[in-house]
Write a protein that binds this ligand. Sequence first.
Ligand code: ZN
Ligand code: ZN
Length: 434
Amino acid sequence: MTVLSTARRALDSGPVCDNCLGRLVADRSFGLSNDERGRSLRIAVALADDEEFDPPEEPCWVCEDECERFEWWAEQATAAVHGYEFDTYQVGTKVPPLLEENDRLLREDAGLDPEAGELLKSECNREVGKRLGEMTGTTVDFERPDLLVLCDLATDEVEAQVNSAFVYGRYRKLERDVPQTEWPCRECNGTGLDQGSHCDGCDGTGYRYDTSVEQETVPIVEDAMNGDSGTFHGAGREDVDALMLGSGRPFVIEIDEPRKRSIDTDAVQERINEVADGRVEVEGLRLATHDMVERVKELDASKTYRMDVEFAETVDSEAFEGALAELESATVEQETPQRVSHRRAAKTRVRSVYEASGELNGERHATVEIHGEGGLYVKELVSSDDGRTEPSLAGLLGVDAEVTALDVLEVRGEDEPFEQPAFFRDDSGDGDEE
Ligand SMILES: [Zn+2]
Ligand SMILES: [Zn+2]
């Protein structure tokens, strides 16, 4: 069937607008809009049949003149997203079943497949989207737009959905007893109240610890982006009582419903460091994309720890040096430590120790540095966890040993995830508390 006879049959079905007519052959002749295609067909039919050219005066039976409202919808969409900074968008259209059915009937009348050409929904998305882009100076993005706009043709309502914004950085934790994320008081469930009065467990604060890396960072980013809430995603986590030193640990902060996206990250970093006052420090803060959350969470970098170790009995330096030499380059088998077994399924982990060194300070004290594979439980590497970690420093010495202080000196191997996206996967599925 020729294009001309298709057009003739469509025109015979009733008053049809140029857009609905042109959509039937939207896959033909690039560089034309559907209304141009429709108008051309109408002219071609008039010429071929030597009839008077008559554009329809009655409303289009297919779209009920919805195709004349693209400008109006774009204005509604622009109003709906007012107050939100964005660079990219996507428009969706909810087409009432009746109009979808009309689109199908027109194709049937014209002798075409039910899905031939382009459907009303997709023309609305494109035409409204194009106008929204022109009105706001932004561009369409089908992957991960800053915001989505949904036009509901049945109710004349526009709904805007704002996607989160992200910053990436690295943190150092310079004081002990600071958890990575906020830790509500267990006794009062974070309310700060105990049977209506002041909770003694947290001194009425609702938190088990005074602050956290999250509390020192998220509110400031949230404030800068004027968002509704924020989430802290760390690349693993150290123990509450461990320091995080060296070049710090990677993290991403996610802000929901941001009204501002292009923030001055240097100024925000400066503000964080000023307010955190030496408890926490942030460096390398910059804008990031949503995929950085997964990349940071899956990061399983090698780490270097420094530990203060206390022995139950006297240890001589020869035995101590010998045990460290054994541990260096050792492959360690670790059953899930007793201290975390309540929240993890029991299984055996195999991890490597890359380097082990240390120094005895007195007969029963030592400082030990371990550079190990991501996921290595280092406290248990020292204590043996009642024989559940093999080999261990305590096991090799035949003397009970305990870590009394632990610091993370380095989270290594992935320096800047922006530049070096090749990570190892962490099979444990979440962060490690060393
Ligand atoms: Zn129409
Ligand atoms: Zn409490």
